[in-house]
Each structure stands twice: as C-alpha cells, then as structure tokens.
Design a protein around this ligand. Structure first.
Ligand SMILES: Cc1cc2nc3c(=O)[nH]c(=O)nc-3n(C[C@H](O)[C@H](O)[C@H](O)COP(=O)(O)O)c2cc1C
Length: 218
C-alpha cells in the first residue's frame, strides 16, 4: 500500500470479525515496529500477544469483573475528563458528539459502544505493550512511536487495529494469563484483526484544522 494511503486508511476498528490473525503476520508486524526510534536506542517495549484460549480466558475474567462492577485500575492512572485542559476536552466532547450522531440516538450509540467494549471489540488477538517500571518518562514517547508503527504495519497488510485503554483496565488478569512480570508496566492493548461489516466501523474521527496545531515562524 502506498504510504499516504496506509496512514489515511488506518482508523480505530471497534468490532472485529472472527477471522484469525496469523502468527507470521504478528511476527512481521512487530519486527517492523522494532525499527521505531527510542531514547539512546533503549527499546523499552515488549509485546505480549494474546490469542486463542489465553484471550478467551482474559475476556471471561473481564466480563466477570464488569458484571461485579469492579473499578478499573490500569497501570497508568486515568485523569478525569473534567481535569484535562480546555482544548483537548473540547476535542473529546466533539468526538463523543459525533459518535452519538453516527447512530440513530444516544441509546443506540451507548448500546453499541458498550457492547464493543464489553467484548473487547470481539478481537481475535490483542497485543499488550509493556515497558519496564523503572523507565524514563521519555520511554512513553518511544512506546507511542512503537505502537503507531505496529498499527501502520498492520494496515499495510490489510489488518485493522484499535489502541485500547479498555483492554488494560485489569492488569492482574493480563499478568496471570500472559505471564507479564510485576516489574513491567502494561501501557496499552492494541486489538488487531479484520474489520466486521458493522456500522460502528464506518465512523471516521475528525481532526482539528492544521492552523490550530502547526505554528511556523520565519
Ligand atoms: C492510548 C489510547 C487509548 C484508547 N482507548 C480506547 C478505548 O478504551 N476505547 C475506544 O473505543 N477507543 C480507544 N482509543 C481510540 C481513540 O478513541 C481513537 O484513536 C481516536 O478517537 C481517533 O480515532 P481513529 O483512531 O479512528 O483515528 C484509544 C486510543 C489511544 C491512543
């Protein structure tokens, strides 16, 4: 796929089909992502790919915890949306507004988005990205570069993704089934697979006008 096309066609897929992702594809994607830059080539990343039975067990435990209304506790703290700065808060509000309008009404949007979340997007595979607990703050930048390269490499192969907070809400479950050591921070889950033909996947998020983002001084 042409580079610009790959970047433009990547978007978050929230309902995956049952079609599995091959081990070869996962290996090739991660190998490409390893070419991402990092502070003094420190390469803080590790990837735990949950597929098959391991992923089924994770999904079942998450469903139980959600049924018991257990409070989420991801390794990275989550800031309440009212505490974000005005500009990013406005962008998030706009996103929620667009999602509701993509569907018939709030109830349908809420039902479909919750169903997707509750089933971890029906993903056939989730790549859990970790970094050492004793990392520099700079390593978070490295993890972002690595994650985006994963998502673009996946798109280049015709695979879809979504980076996900939702799948890392209960780290102890992931540690149990994926043998993730305590001295690693679970940063994010990237669900990967093939998009289901579902309305939720036809939504495309918008971006701010470039003049709000780019300041060039001559
Ligand atoms: C760190 C991170 C966590 C995210 N967590 C979720 C999530 O839990 N649920 C969800 O539906 N989308 C999640 N997203 C996807 C964003 O909503 C999405 O990237 C954004 O709206 C832009 O849309 P696009 O990815 O389709 O371009 C997350 C994205 C990032 C980068």
């Amino acid at each position: 796929m042409e580079f610009k096309e790959t970047v433009k066609s990547r978007h978050s897929v929230r309902h995956f089909s049952k079609k599995n992702v091959s081990t070869t594809d996962i290996e090739e994607i991660i190998k490409l992502a390893q070419l991402a830059p990092s502070w003094v080539n420190s390469q803080p990343w590790k990837v735990y790919a949950a597929t098959g039975k391991a992923l089924e067990q994770i999904k079942t435990d998450y469903e139980t915890k959600d049924r018991n209304s257990e409070k989420s506790h991801p390794d990275f703290p989550v800031m309440h949306r009212d505490d974000w700065n005005n500009r990013t808060q406005a962008n998030m509000k706009q996103w929620r507004h667009e999602i509701v309008h993509h569907f018939t009404d709030f109830d349908e949007a809420h039902h479909i988005m919750s169903d997707a979340s509750n089933h971890l997007n029906y993903a056939p595979a989730i790549l859990f990205l970790t970094m050492p607990k004793d990392s520099s703050l700079w390593s978070v930048f490295d993890m972002g570069s690595f994650g985006q390269t994963i998502m673009l490499a996946a798109k280049d192969k015709g695979l879809d993704t979504i980076p996900n907070y939702n799948s890392v809400r209960f780290p102890e479950v992931l540690r149990r089934y994926l043998d993730i050591p305590e001295d690693e921070t679970i940063v994010v889950g990237i669900s990967i697979g093939y998009a289901e033909a579902a309305k939720i996947n036809t939504y495309r998020s918008k971006r701010e006008p470039i003049e709000n983002v780019l300041k060039i001084r001559k």
